[in-house]
Write a protein that binds this ligand. Structure first.
Ligand SMILES: Cc1cc2nc3c(=O)[nH]c(=O)nc-3n(C[C@H](O)[C@H](O)[C@H](O)COP(=O)(O)OP(=O)(O)OC[C@H]3O[C@@H](n4cnc5c(N)ncnc54)[C@H](O)[C@@H]3O)c2cc1C
Length: 487
């Protein structure tokens, strides 16, 4: 048998146990049994996959979902086992997330305003750089503030993004992928160096707790410009929301509404297709067959999968090279209100292994701190990823205690989480390198045969959760358009 692809007839034969497994199946150690057939296989039970599944079912398609983890939600992950149920993944839902709100309304998922998980305001965050702890009000005159002019007045986490805004060439949230703007797909470092920024300024603004990329050199300025234009639409009235009880309640409600089976604990290792059908092969030997397949896996997970026939070079290049932001987290329970002893604000923005050390308040008392979260990105996350998880928690704690001795013995590490070490994520979210938007951002727009792409990294307009919803909708519409006459 030709190993290049497997046909619907072959799959049927395999189901009946009459044919020997094709080589890919043998390589995978798979059985010859077809576990389920559907019109559409959806890979991944995150927002993109579940939205695609629901939309396709609404149009009468039989759908099955294959999910590698033992839970749905993907990068929406509410830590139900940590006090206050902090979000490890997506936290803030903008007022303009129309698809997400619409779906959640339909499924009776309630929202509340804001679940805090970022550095907050200058008033409640101390700045710790170059070994010195500085109150936000003292930052503009601090000798450790490397910035010039009005930028000195900004807290360091705003200095980078806000300084780029005056040069934003994009007229709206859709134009970042327009070839007319390709010449602006340059590194943040290049753009800011032209404005007279020094390497030290660029490093503090873009290589210290970076929300995107690791430094000013591996991030396209177009990414921030798109984020800014997108925020004008998505932020709506500026209020940030989250679903009551945690954001994972959204995909859980969506999963309950999916009529087809959601096969959990099924790590896909191969996708094969031919003129008659497409199938997903799992590590444990399960085999799922369909007419079309929506792949919502992050590129970091997709690049570990064998695809037969091979993807076109442009698509494979995008799969292999899209960067993902690093997010390493250590969650701590406070056993004493140590911040009242040293008079510093409870949260800190640091240039150390403690990253952004944030006091989270998920309780009913506004003065409460339910947990602390060390939210660590970029190169510091790389350092923590190279340690065993327990050692990483100890290293972060040692850093916090060094910075503020009043915290000694007052913090109990309760959970460590690395999105890069999670085999089903491989990073937090896509961030585009200089030149990649122009050459690769369109790579997933069109299906490859029976393989359709979705996932936040494939969104054309929205970002984050709403981007995931948008991408699932696009893939579902493409399938409906392609297969409407044959069903
Ligand atoms: C730390 C962090 C903070 C964020 N903050 C925000 C925010 O404030 N606001 C916002 O809007 N967005 C935020 N996001 C982004 C948002 O969470 C994501 O954009 C969105 O959840 C992605 O959905 P998705 O369906 O595209 O991908 P995913 O949720 O990753 O879904 C893909 C699914 O595929 C599964 N999978 C992977 N590999 C395999 C395999 N081999 N076999 C089978 N299944 C597999 C995964 O388990 C997963 O369930 C944040 C994300 C992170 C990580």
């Amino acid at each position: 048998m030709n190993t290049a692809s497997v046909s619907r007839r072959t799959a049927l034969k395999l189901a009946a146990g009459t044919a020997a497994a094709v080589p890919l199946l043998r390589t995978a150690g798979a059985s010859a049994k077809v576990d389920e057939r559907a019109d559409v296989i959806v890979l991944g039970a995150g927002l993109a996959g579940l939205n695609a599944a629901l939309l396709l079912e609404e149009q009468g398609y039989k759908v099955l979902v294959v999910e590698g983890r033992d839970r749905v939600g993907g990068r929406l992950y509410t830590m139900d086992d940590v006090p206050g149920r902090p979000e490890a993944g997506g936290s803030g839902v903008g007022t303009g997330y129309a698809r997400l709100f619409d779906r959640c309304k339909q499924l009776n998922v309630a929202f509340e305003e804001h679940r805090p998980r970022t550095e907050g305001t200058a008033a409640n965050t101390a700045i710790h750089v170059d070994g010195k702890t500085i109150l936000a009000r003292d930052w503009p005159s601090s000798p450790h503030n490397p910035f010039a002019g009005d930028t000195r007045k900004l807290p360091p986490w705003l200095a980078g993004p806000l300084s780029l805004l005056p040069f934003n060439p994009l007229p709206d949230a859709t134009s970042w992928r327009d070839p007319a703007f390709a010449k602006h797909d340059r590194s943040v470092a290049e753009v800011l160096a032209e404005q007279g920024w020094t390497p030290a300024q660029i490093r503090l603004a873009y290589a210290t707790n970076p929300s995107y990329g690791n430094s000013g050199h591996d991030l396209s300025a177009m990414m921030w410009w798109h984020i800014a234009r997108n925020a004008e639409v998505m932020a709506g009235d500026g209020k940030v929301h989250a679903s009551v009880g945690g954001n994972q309640r959204m995909p859980e409600a969506m999963a309950r509404a999916v009529k087809g089976t959601i096969h959990k604990n099924q790590a896909v290792i191969g996708i094969r297709s031919d003129a008659d059908g497409i199938e997903a092969v799992c590590e444990n030997g399960s085999l799922f067959c369909g007419k079309a397949l929506v792949c919502t896996l992050p590129a970091t997970a997709l690049r570990l999968i064998r695809i037969d026939p091979a993807l076109p070079p442009k698509v494979q290049t995008a799969v292999d090279t899209i960067s993902y932001n690093r997010v390493f987290q250590v969650h701590f329970v406070p056993t004493r209100r140590f911040w009242e002893a040293d008079g510093l604000p409870p949260s800190m923005w640091t240039d150390t292994l403690a990253g952004r050390f944030m006091a989270l308040n998920y309780g009913s008392d506004p003065a409460d701190v339910t947990t602390f979260l060390a939210f660590v990105n970029g190169f510091q996350a790389d350092r923590l990823d190279r340690m065993p998880p327990e050692a990483a928690a100890v290293a972060v704690l040692a850093e916090v205690e060094r910075i503020r001795p009043s915290a000694k013995g007052a913090l109990r590490p309760i959970k460590v989480w690395s999105w890069q070490r999670d085999p089903f994520a491989g990073g937090a979210y896509a961030c585009w390198q200089p030149g990649h938007i122009a050459t690769q951002a369109h790579a997933f727009d069109e299906p490859v045969g029976r393989l359709f792409f979705a996932g936040e990294h494939t969104a054309a307009v929205a970002r984050g959760m709403e981007g995931a919803m948008e991408s699932g909708e696009r893939a579902a519409l493409q399938i409906i358009e392609r297969f409407q006459e044959t069903l």
